[in-house]
Design a binder for this molecule. Sequence first.
Ligand SMILES: [Zn+2]
Length: 360
Amino acid sequence: MTAFDEAALDQAFAQVEGQAREEAAAIASDEAVEAYRLRWLGRKQGRLNDVSGRWLKAAPPEAKKALGLRFNALKTAVEGLLDTAKGAGPSDAALAAEAIDISLPGTRRLTGAEHPITKTLNEIVSVFAGLGYSVGVGPEVETDYYNFECMNFPPGHPARDTQDTLVIAGQDRKPQRDRLLLRTHTSPVQMRTMEMQPPPVRIVIPGKVHRNDAADATHSPIFHQVEGLCVDTNITFSDLKGTLDYAMKALFGSSVKTRFFPSFFPFTEPSADVQISCIFCGGKGCRKCKQSGWIELLGCGMVDPAVFAFAAEKQPAYDSKKISGFAFGLGVERIAMMKYGISEIGQFFAGDMRFLGQFA
Ligand SMILES: [Zn+2]
């Protein structure tokens, strides 16, 4: 401040008081009241102290009286503002609107539960975990190489047509083996695992797969598989039979029988379809098993040497002259539908709580 005439003083003090009023109006909590007190009336760094110190010192003797009067008025005003801010609480109407009736019962939250697919998938995995298998996972968006080529589906092979594939757009300029697609089976993880570790391997691979199937009672474009792979020296078909027979008994009960039929999968040789004795009629014949007493449930086979040859590109220990192995794959939805008597596969994905609540 340089001029100390009445008008200059009035203007300077009005400006400071205006600021004090503005800040007081914004006070919304007890903490803010205290902060305001310190900021304006604090002994060391308060604004008023600052004003009195600097202005009084700079003022010529004849202006000191006028300045002191205005200073006292300002202090009174700030103290008044502070008192008002201290007393100001929320209005009665605001309090009434916020009031809660603590005698009312609380909001009951639903307990979460596993989805029937997750539950079934975990059951299958735990059976094999008990046999010493570990769990392998891999990406749902795969390359053509991992999904098909290294699983012994060469480009143009008719077996590719059995897995109607959803491909990622805009991949045409890449070499075929690098093109991306939604995996049609969890088998690519077999190769990803073998590339990472030499034999022995014992893994189960649970996961979501995608095929361009029209949705009907038993088909869905999304479904889940649990695939298994066992590789070591001297693994034989009887190991495969023994393992799956044990697993089916663990899943469906000790009275279940299994039988194996020749089949074809590109990545296994020989390949087999596995049937279990009907869990509904015990093998006598009923509508569920079309009177045959048997239900076809999974595919399996001995790992094709061609698949080992692809793995050997990164892990030479996969030499089909020295090691052998078997692989199998189960459809999780199919097993869940059998176990829980579900007739529409779409129910699993519809998100209807009336359906899902039954499994909680
Ligand atoms: Zn039956």
